[in-house]
Design a protein around this ligand. Sequence first.
Ligand code: AKG
Length: 337
Amino acid sequence: MTTTTPITLAAHGRPIDRSEHALGWLRASGDVAADPEALRARLAEDGYLYVPGALDREEVRAGRLELLRRVEAHGALDPAYPLEEGILRPDAGELGLTQEYPMSSDVLRAVLYGDRMTTLFARLLGGEVRSYDFIWLRHQAPSHGVAPHCDLVFMGRGTPDVLTCWTPFGDIPLGGGGLMLLEDSHRKSATRLADYLRQDVDTYCVNGPNADAVREGTLRWEHWEEPAPGRGRDGEITENAVALREDWGGRWLTTPEYRMGDVLLFTMGTVHAGTDNTTDRLRLTPSGRRLFRELEPLVLDYERKLLNRLGESEGRRVDRAVAALEEALGLRPEKLQ
Ligand SMILES: O=C(O)CCC(=O)C(=O)O
């Protein structure tokens, strides 16, 4: 049953230019999914791999239903529609989806850590693969999408050699809050965003003007561009996806419909943004991050250093964390491709 025909593709309320030079479709890589060399070449070329139907749709559906049952139990779904539609009540508030929950869900883990996903990554990375333990419960009620950003500042943990794996647990039409990637941004970001990419949202100046605000949680991150008092955004490059594309060139890339079973993975340096969910449906996309197993000690070491610095009372922790990162590995822009 369809209740709403989405008509708008927008980001933060700004309509996305749908002309040919400004908007395009993601290249599907199902044709090379069994060929490790070709997968790697495609990822290097595009900065992403979009593999429709990579996963078992029924397994993903089981995850969707589990998520929706929780939302239903919380009273946020419109009972006039079948559960699977995920139609929210107009007055839906809290959804009952906690960030901790996906890690404890066998059904979600069966999809995100299951054979199909693991095989795809093992082929791509050519060796044993390690997932971050954390699963990001990405969901979007009707609302603005997330602003353009690169995942390195959130997920880097001492290495850019991590891949985000965005996984739709539901079919998402245009206007339903799907992700869009900025064409060729994985090549441009290392130079255009060098300062930004050196940041880590979990660091801040422990004796700077924002320290109290960060500790109290009223400021989430000291923004890379203007670390002025009170300046706290969420790790984004800018709020304006339209202007960003006009400045950088290339097209925003998305797909007419993300489908359950699809996988979209991309590099830490690929600029991406959420589009606004203009439907009445809940968009569900729990996501994981993966890297070479051999990088695990480095990531753990970075985490340890970061945590140690939480206890420090002097100096710019951000600088030190970056120095540790560069000492351990170096921020290798060429690896962002
Ligand atoms: O799913 C979304 O809305 C945003 C996802 C995203 O940007 C990410 O996982 O890095």
